[in-house]
Design a protein around this ligand. Structure first.
Ligand code: NAP
Ligand code: MN
Length: 267
């Protein structure tokens, strides 16, 4: 049997570069092959950095379904499983097959405009916003049945993976990644006798689709933000958001449960 092929993506900090070099030599010594590019034969992707590095790698490589493990040299590192001082344990356990794959759902957005249709994928969230200085008015429906007219800064639609990111700062709930759902959280919703919309998050089961329609001509200039990346659109007709079939497969070594990790990073 041929040795397994590994691809390393590191961010550009000094610390990450040092860890990447160390990792590379240890992986090769253990019999793995380290390649400069990601292709169909790659069996493991190692991301050296923070959560942002993992998100960057995913977006640069069109969301590969190859198993991914993160070595945390970043700030928070919620996705990043391995501490730099535990590289030897990681390589040993990987070669022994002592790991599990945790599949994370991603979200998609299909943006239909007068000028064409555009699609985005996100691991954390897709947010829809209007002009930075004005509230935006959006008609929101679920599976084509009308729910509300939203007025405010926008909405954030988070996957379980993204529930601890922007969603959490907006007052959304932290979701166990075993649940396949989307959480729709209002961003600064207006509520008065003139405007009325939900003030809490709402949850959608995995096959449901959220549809966002600009209410007025002035609401047709919209910004779609996917994992912190931004696309601006004019003349929007509709934006449909749902869970995608494309999964991100993270390699997990310890059985430390989800809430232990949440406590460790947030409390
Ligand atoms: P960034 O500006 O470095 O991200 C902000 C922080 O969010 C970083 O500490 C990052 O971790 C952390 N983070 C990323 N994904 C997370 C997750 N699923 N759970 C918990 N924390 C997470 O930019 P970035 O690293 O490219 O991350 C993009 C993400 O930032 C977006 O997808 C969004 O979730 C989040 N964000 C949050 C706010 C907010 O809370 N007000 C605003 C905009 C964006 P690392 O330090 O390990 O990179
Ligand atoms: Mn970051």
């Amino acid at each position: 049997m041929e040795n397994k092929k590994v691809f390393i993506h590191a961010n550009t900090t000094e610390m990450s570069k040092k860890i990447e070099a160390k990792l590379r030599s240890k992986l090769v010594k253990s019999g793995l092959r380290v390649y400069e590019d990601l292709d169909a034969d790659t069996e493991l992707i190692i991301c050296v950095g923070g959560d942002g590095t993992l998100l960057y790698m995913l977006h640069e490589n069109d969301f590969p379904e190859t198993p991914i493990v993160g070595v945390n040299t970043g700030h928070l590192g919620f996705f990043q499983e391995i501490l730099p001082e535990k590289i030897d344990d990681f390589i040993f356990n990987y070669n022994q097959g002592n790991y599990e794959i945790q599949a994370y759902y991603t979200a998609f957005a299909t943006v239909v405009t007068d000028h064409g249709t555009f699609t985005h994928t996100a691991l954390n969230e897709i947010a829809v916003k209007g002009e930075p200085t004005y509230p935006v008015n959006l008609n929101i429906s679920i599976n084509e049945s009308f729910i509300e007219r939203f007025s405010g800064d926008g909405i954030c639609v988070a996957t379980p993976a993204g529930s601890t990111g922007y969603n959490y700062s907006l007052g959304g709930s932290i979701v166990d990644p075993r649940l396949n759902l989307l959480q729709v959280t209002p961003i600064a919703p207006m509520n008065s006798i003139a405007y009325r919309s939900f003030t809490s998050s709402i949850l959608l089961p995995d096959n449901d689709k959220l549809m966002v329609l600009p209410c007025d001509d002035t609401d047709r200039r919209l910004t779609v933000i996917f994992d912190g990346r931004l696309s601006e659109y004019d003349d929007v007709i509709s934006i449909t958001i749902g869970l995608s079939d494309r999964k991100v497969n993270l390699v997990r070594f310890d059985n430390a449960d989800f809430w232990e990790k949440v406590k460790g990073k947030f409390l």
